[in-house]
Ligand binder design. Structure first.
Ligand code: FAD
Length: 290
């Protein structure tokens, strides 16, 4: 299928993009890498009147370290995250995750801003920004606003963005020296959207979690920062405590049933990932068995 007819405008600056969006309201769609938008248009799931192409805006591109924060421009492509030494050093979770996003051709064009704005609950990067306690930077007609990643995702393909706003950057707090990370997902094939996945950041001191943020994906209508993690912080993690946390996690999830997995299977896989994650981060392989 081909997309319905649409107009096209190539924005010359962020200000110009915002003017175009303001002029067309919810009839316009922002075009970044086009890797989710164009398939949706070709399938006629959406038919915007006009595309506002921000792909040429250099001001939205790039990765920088500023005042203890890793600032990632919205137009930073998946492949740029994979190659960046700053990402590898300060937010290795993003690098580990993005290797699971689709395939090289898609990673060469798809952007982090597009992935977060698209808000597919089975996507890797939304769960990472939740686990990393990142801030989403948004520009709109009245200026700039910042929102915690945990507040940004509102449902399946729904975010806190209004149609006249642009996601311009993501700010990731630079990892403390003691931070460790875990990323794993179940997918039918490497590069497919996950059946269930987990992106985690932890601080481990003297064999205990001083902090633990577990960002699950494909387990509900948005990435989930699991409250069950709290049971494992500042505690001696015994098999019994981990079993309690796994039960609490399963109760906390509200997974969808689809052609890939039942809700019960997703709950089970999430608890398996929890055990693997805790065992890996505490370097106690015996905990994985449950
Ligand atoms: P676009 O397609 O250009 O835009 C996506 C949506 O976000 C649109 O609604 C657009 O209007 C909006 N938008 C884009 N940028 C902004 C912005 N700066 N501000 C406000 N709104 C904006 N993704 C995964 O996470 N995991 C996968 O395993 C995966 N597999 C894929 C497999 C295939 C075959 C394909 C085609 C895609 C796959 N993707 C996957 C999606 C891919 O990662 C996309 O690149 C990404 O979801 C969207 O990024 P984009 O830059 O292409 O955005």
């Amino acid at each position: 299928m081909k997309a319905a007819a649409f107009a096209y405008a190539r924005a010359t600056s962020v200000v110009n993009a915002l003017e175009l969006l303001a002029a067309h309201g919810d009839k316009a769609k922002v075009l970044s890498g086009g890797q989710s938008l164009m398939p949706a248009m070709n399938l006629r799931l959406i038919s915007p009147d006009i595309l506002v192409d921000i792909g040429g805006l250099a001001e939205l591109r790039g990765i920088a370290v500023r005042a203890g924060v890793l600032v990632v421009g919205a137009l930073t492509r998946h492949v740029d995250l994979l190659r960046s030494t700053d990402v590898a050093l300060h937010a290795p979770l993003l690098r580990d995750a993005v290797g699971h996003v689709a395939h090289p051709a898609i990673r060469n064009r798809g952007t982090i801003g597009g992935s977060l704005a698209h808000a597919d609950p089975a996507s890797e990067l939304p769960a990472c920004v939740v686990a990393l306690d990142a801030t989403i930077v948004i520009r709109g007609p009245t200026g700039e606003r910042r929102i915690a990643a945990t507040e940004f995702f509102k449902g399946i393909y729904e975010t806190a963005l209004s149609p006249d706003e642009l996601l311009v950057a993501i700010e990731v707090p630079i990892a403390d020296q003691g931070s460790t990370f875990f990323f794993q997902e179940y997918a039918r094939r490497h590069g497919d959207y996950a059946v269930v996945g987990l992106a985690a950041r932890a601080v481990v001191a003297t064999g205990r979690f001083a902090d633990l943020r577990l960002g699950f994906f494909a387990v509900g209508d948005r990435p989930l920062l699991a409250a069950a993690a709290g049971r494992l912080v500042n505690a001696s993690v015994t098999p019994a405590l981990l079993a309690e946390a796994a039960t609490a996690l399963a109760n906390e999830l509200d997974p969808q049933e689809d052609q890939q997995a039942t809700a019960a299977m997703r709950r089970h896989l999430a608890t398996v990932l929890l055990r693997r994650c805790v065992a890996a981060l505490l370097a106690r392989p015996e905990l994985e068995a449950g």
